[in-house]
Structures are given as structure tokens and as C-alpha cells.
Write a protein that binds this ligand. Structure first.
Ligand code: GUN
Length: 285
């Protein structure tokens, strides 16, 4: 079997076109969706991420502000900025790029963002809403994975999904989203004794560990769907995921590549969340 690729770039383009149309419709009603991106320090990867987020706003017709601060900024100063953005009616989404400098408490910073503007879906209120199936913002990466499954018409009811990784940003919310769609979900992690025994039972596998070759062909049931959330570098310095793409492609029915898979979907879902935050504002008036 040679797996079909789920093309995250193509799906992102399609979704961003629809976001741009909804942004135009909102503008005719006097609201321009606005995203504030806050970056503290000079982490090179973060600089690239925030640039891409601001560019995605421009491409979809949204308003964005990029606030960049020196590493020396105090936590109190950052919290004050977040409070100001919470009260700014032109801003519908607030994103504080992680990681933050070591002298800041990331949890405290995220909890200061108003849940109504938490378009990253990292606030405890957002996590709780997802857990109990109430409306709220879903974290963008697992949300993007769900959109990829939807794009191939995959029905999760009665299927066994195995999530490898238990982070608050991907693994745990991913498991809850799959559960909400009636999958039977197993979460595996570094203390799982026999990962292969688990993945061999899976109809859907999401690899979100941050380590190359966590999933190889011998660990995959023929016909399984494989989503690769990893972003690593191989020995030649090329971007690669957590999955042995060439090997697993021979066994799986669908697979997401790296690059060009889940990555572009993360920013796309950030645009969707920001747009929906602005739409909620309209329906609240
Ligand atoms: N750092 C790496 N990924 C992300 C993300 O999705 N959101 C934020 N805020 N920071 C990140």
C-alpha cells in the first residue's frame, strides 16, 4: 500500500480562502478581526513563527499588532500589557509566543489572557471547556489535525486512535477532540512500556513527541491513518517529523508529510479562532 498524502498546504489555502470571505463579511458589518501577537526576547524560531502569524493575518484581511519586547521586560510589565489588550475592543485574539524568558511564569501569563480572547486555547478555562464539550477555543495544532481527518471524510466513531505524547498543547487536547468524535482513545508517552503493541492496534495514530522515528513501519497496522505533528531536523539538517515517512507510507492509507502537513494547519486554525472570536463579538451585540 502507498499512503495518500494529506496536503496541509492545500487544505490551509482552502480554509484561509473561506476565512478571508468571512472576514470581508464581518468588515461590512463594521468589525475587523484583530490579533495581537506578543513576543518577549529574541528566540530565533519564535521570531519566524510570529512573522508567519502576522503575515497570515494580512493575507486573510485581518488586523494584527506585533508587540516585541526585550528579554529584560518584567513579568508585571507583560501582565499589564495583556490587561490592556484584554480591554482593547479592536483586538479579538491575544497570543503570547512561547517559550517565555525563564524569569516569567508562563502559566500565570496565559491565565491573565481573557478566555474570550484566548485564541491559542491554552487558558485553563479553554482546556476545561474542551474537556466538558462546551464552546471555547481549541488549541490550534490538534484542531488542525481534526480538520485534516475531516478533509478525508474520516469517521472516527468506533475507531481506535492512539496519541503518542501527552503535552498540554497537543497530546492531551488531541485525545479529547478524538474522544468527542466517538473514537476509543489511548494516550501513550515516555513511560508506556510497549508502544508498538499499542500503535499496532490503532486505526489512527497521532505522533506528537518531538523525536525522529518514534513511529516506524513495523509499528503501524496496514491501512491506518497517520498524522505527524513532529518538527525535527535530520542528520542533514532537513526538517522532518516524528514518523519514518518513507517506511510508514508503505503501510498506512493516509499520512501527513513534514514539512507541508500539520505545520501550516496550526496557523490556519489560529486564523479561524481569531475570526470566530470576532464573530462571537458581533453575535453578543
Ligand atoms: N510556541 C510554539 N508553538 C506555539 C503556539 O502554537 N502558540 C504559542 N503561543 N507559542 C508557541
Amino acid at each position: 500500500m502507498t499512503a495518500q498524502r494529506i496536503d496541509g498546504n492545500a487544505l490551509s489555502r482552502q480554509l484561509r480562502t473561506s476565512v478571508a470571505e468571512r472576514v470581508s463579511a464581518l468588515k461590512t458589518r463594521g468589525i475587523t478581526p484583530g490579533l495581537a501577537v506578543v513576543l518577549v526576547g529574541d528566540n530565533p524560531a519564535s521570531q519566524v513563527y510570529v512573522r508567519n502569524k502576522v503575515k497570515a493575518c494580512e493575507d486573510t484581511g485581518m488586523h494584527s499588532v506585533l508587540e516585541k519586547y526585550e528579554t529584560a521586560m518584567t513579568e508585571a510589565e507583560l501582565l499589564a500589557r495583556i490587561e490592556a489588550l484584554n480591554n482593547d475592543p479592536t483586538i479579538h485574539g491575544i497570543l503570547v509566543q512561547l517559550p517565555l524568558p525563564a524569569h516569567m511564569d508562563a502559566h500565570m501569563v496565559i491565565e491573565t489572557i481573557s478566555p474570550a480572547k484566548d485564541v491559542d486555547g491554552f487558558h485553563v478555562a479553554s482546556a476545561g471547556a474542551l474537556m466538558v464539550g462546551q464552546p471555547g477555543f481549541w488549541p490550534c495544532t490538534p484542531y488542525g489535525c481534526m480538520k485534516m481527518l475531516e478533509s478525508i471524510g474520516y469517521n472516527l466513531r468506533g475507531k481506535h486512535a492512539v496519541v503518542i505524547g501527552r503535552s498540554n498543547i497537543v497530546g492531551k487536547p488531541m485525545a479529547l477532540m478524538l474522544l468527542q468524535q466517538n473514537a476509543t482513545v489511548t494516550i501513550c508517552h515516555s513511560a508506556t512500556p510497549d508502544l508498538k503493541a499499542m500503535t499496532l492496534q490503532a486505526d489512527v495514530i497521532v505522533a506528537a513527541v518531538g523525536k525522529r522515528n518514534v513511529l516506524t513501519a513495523d509499528m503501524v497496522k496496514p491501512g491506518a491513518v497517520v498524522l505527524d505533528v513532529g518538527m525535527n531536523r535530520n542528520d542533514e539538517g532537513k526538517l522532518c517529523g516524528d514518523v519514518d515517512f518513507d517506511g510508514v507510507s508503505q503501510v498506512a492509507s493516509y499520512i501527513t508529510p513534514v514539512p507541508g502537513g500539520v505545520g501550516p494547519m496550526t496557523i490556519t486554525m489560529l486564523m479561524v479562532n481569531t475570526l470566530e472570536s470576532a464573530e462571537r463579538c458581533l453575535s453578543a451585540t
